[in-house]
Write a protein that binds this ligand. Structure first.
Ligand SMILES: *Cc1c(COP(=O)(O)O)cnc(C)c1O
Length: 354
């Protein structure tokens, strides 16, 4: 298998999942393991399932299709496209929704397929991405949903810290519980799922102030990177290097640190600036902006400096390293969330499982 390649340490990932799932389960919260950051790769998703998640969740139906052989409920995270309703009923047991017209189409497709499709109604608590914003509209929607065939109102949910960066707190997440109580008593129904958000809601569990009644979280970044995302803190006893990327060196030469000649635009239309560090030992590696944003990688050898790159090249300053590098060497980097996302999406980046 060639390079560049993402190496996925499935044992480290499963360890992260087990640790976080146990914490959540001990507070009465089930975990939906979010697979979108690695494009729903079933080999990686298996570490989620073995680690004890109760659901698999993804924003794209193409990814849920890849996960169809896992005998565990699947949730579609992004609001359904009406044009995909048939596939959604086929490959997702549950979807997050906020538009009545779409729910009606799902109802029709579910009836046609002889299935019951479950709905989690999304409520916007202020982050201003998806969900009902006006409280009365929620109850109107519930009333209509209860009349539909082929649809079950499974619960309600919210999403925070995605668009607006709003931090989940007892007061905003607590509002979800109040709405749930009202729905239950007004319509005399039970709600199976009260879904309290993503990895940014984990701090409420670790600090023991998650409002009573939240019984599900949808977690991606915290599982793959061992960090909560409201404050960006590392989660103790977890790994941040379950995913790494390994690239190959294709040139190694001493050169000045400032280009020679008149400086115009770089390959991306920006005017570059440079720091004069004198003559430096520079390495070119075979990966570029087509595969990954260079902001999203951190060299494991922390004496390396990322100078920049272009579509297909990454340029490093290796002068300060204690390692005597040669052309052909393999250089390893840690990835952040965006880095895992883009490198597992690029068709040029291979994937190995260790
Ligand atoms: C991506 C996503 C998640 C998971 O978010 P993380 O920050 O990776 O935990 C949860 N819910 C929805 C609706 C999402 O789109």
């Amino acid at each position: 298998m060639g390079y560049p390649r993402v190496e996925v340490d499935l044992n480290k990932l499963e360890h992260n999942v087990k640790y976080i799932v146990n914490k959540c389960n001990s507070k009465g919260i089930k975990v939906a393991g979010v697979t979108k950051v690695f494009c729903g790769d079933p080999k990686i998703a298996k570490a989620y399932v073995d680690g004890g998640v109760s659901f698999l969740a993804d924003s794209r139906i193409e990814n849920l299709k890849k996960l169809k052989d896992f005998d565990i409920p699947k949730i579609l995270l992004r609001l359904p496209m009406q044009s995909e309703a048939e596939d959604i009923v086929e490959y997702a047991d549950v979807s997050l929704n906020s538009e009545m017209d779409t729910i009606k189409i799902l109802s029709k497709k579910a009836v046609d397929a002889g299935k019951v499709h479950k709905i989690i109604l999304m409520i916007d608590l202020g982050d201003l991405r998806e969900g009902y914003f006006k409280e009365e509209e929620i109850y109107e929607a519930v009333e209509e949903i209860l009349k539909l065939k082929g649809i079950k109102l499974e619960g309600i949910g919210t999403n925070l810290t995605c668009y607006g960066g709003i931090i989940p707190r007892e007061d905003n997440v607590g509002k979800l519980i109040k709405v749930a109580e009202k729905i239950k008593s007004n319509y005399n129904i039970d709600l199976e799922i009260i879904s309290g958000g993503n990895s940014s809601s984990l701090h409420l569990i670790f600090n023991d102030n998650m409002p009573e009644g939240i019984n599900q979280l949808r977690l991606g970044e915290s599982l793959v990177l061992g960090r909560e995302t409201a404050f960006g803190d590392r989660i103790e006893d977890t790994f941040d290097d379950a995913f790494t990327i390994v690239v190959e060196a294709i040139e190694l030469k001493e050169k000045p640190s400032i280009p020679i000649g008149e400086i115009g635009m770089d390959a991306f239309g920006n005017k570059p600036t440079f720091t004069d560090r004198g003559i430096r030992k520079r390495m070119i590696c075979a990966i570029g902006k087509q595969d990954i944003d260079l902001e999203n990688i951190v060299p494991v050898d922390d004496d390396l400096i990322i100078l920049g790159g272009s579509s297909d090249h990454l340029i490093l300053d290796v002068t300060n390293s204690k390692i005597d590098y040669s052309v052909g060497d393999k250089i390893r980097f840690k990835l952040d969330y965006g880095g895992i996302l883009s490198s597992t999406t690029s068709e040029y980046v291979k994937r190995v499982y260790i």
